[in-house]
Ligand binder design. Structure first.
Ligand code: SF4
Length: 309
């Protein structure tokens, strides 16, 4: 049997893509182009390696994923009318997920063969282990994030109000905006009994300004995709590390700002294409490195990058 894939990936835009494009052009190349087709046995060794490196996660990301999984499972239990687990059970579940990631990471050959099925921790791959400091930080974060998730404004509102209708939970969606495919993944979207559409984003990191852009993008999506008036949309960030919930009601100016951002970002990204019809990128040499050791330190592609600092 022979396997075929497109010579170049499908073109689309997302905020994560924009953030990587601005952090390091070369990382952007490896992630969105160099790794394409790397899952095939017939791929070049470079593409196979880039594809595997792309899948790596650091411990903070694994924790973030685990918290999102827990939130999703709680919402599923709510929909099925089943009892919720106790806080200690949730903490233990997350610890098990993180321990499994650590065990996976010790078997490099197995991960290399099945990089989507198993986890490779960035710290294990590049540093050979986990520092005691990082383990302690993560252990503390598990307890804090779980406790704040269960006490969060959004979870309590969903749990305690039968008139809340869940509409999207961790679903990757796309919508067409100005003829461009835009990807979004909302942690939770629900409609309250009073007709308000609430988008909730769980964050396990510190408060950051870039979250504002994400929330504006979500509001644009709800406005465009579901034709919901802006006055009926509320966007929230639940900062689980700090136990803070921020709420915003996006206005026309917010939407204009994100539209301007998307247009500018699309133009910049497309200037790195040799052929926009096929989404064929310029040669690798045209994609500059980050130029900052701090960016390279956490980059998945250090192994193959000649520009690393
Ligand atoms: S190692 Fe540094 S320069 Fe190379 S892709 Fe990663 S961030 Fe960019």
């Amino acid at each position: 049997m022979s396997y075929h894939t497109r010579p170049y990936p499908e073109w689309s835009w997302s905020l994560a893509r924009d953030q990587m494009f601005h952090a390091c052009k070369r990382q952007y190349y490896y992630h969105y182009y160099g790794s394409h087709g790397g899952w095939l046995l017939t791929a070049t060794p470079e593409a196979q390696t880039a594809y595997r490196l792309k899948q790596m996660k650091n411990l903070y990301i694994v924790l973030g994923d685990a918290i999102h999984t827990v939130a999703q499972k709680l919402l599923e239990l709510r929909e099925m009318g089943k009892p919720y687990p106790k806080q200690e059970q949730v903490i233990s579940y997350i610890r098990n997920l993180l321990n499994a990631a650590y065990r996976d990471s010790k078997q490099k050959d197995r991960w290399w063969g099945y990089p989507k099925q198993y986890t490779m921790l960035h710290e294990m791959y590049y540093e050979g282990g986990l520092s005691p400091e990082r383990i302690e930080v993560i252990a503390n974060r598990i307890t804090t994030c779980v406790s704040n998730l269960l006490a969060s404004t959004s979870w309590r509102e969903i749990r305690d109000n039968p008139d809340v209708t869940l509409l999207e939970v961790e679903t990757l969606k796309d919508f067409i905006f100005h003829d461009e495919k835009i990807y979004v993944k909302l942690d939770v979207l629900y409609r309250r009994g009073d007709g308000t559409w609430v988008i909730t984003d769980w964050k396990t990191g510190r408060i950051a300004e870039k979250n504002e852009e994400q929330l504006r993008l979500y509001a644009l999506y709800i406005h465009e995709y579901y034709s919901v008036p802006l006055t009926h949309i509320e966007v929230r960030t639940e900062y689980l590390l700090d136990g803070i919930c921020t709420r915003t009601h996006p206005d026309v100016e917010d939407i204009e700002r994100i539209v301007h951002k998307i247009r500018a970002s699309l133009n910049s990204m497309k200037s790195y294409l040799a052929d926009s019809y096929y989404n064929r990128p310029l040669p690798l040499e045209q994609f500059a490195g980050a130029g900052h050791p701090s960016v390279c330190k956490s980059c998945n592609f250090r192994q193959i990058c000649s520009e690393k600092q």
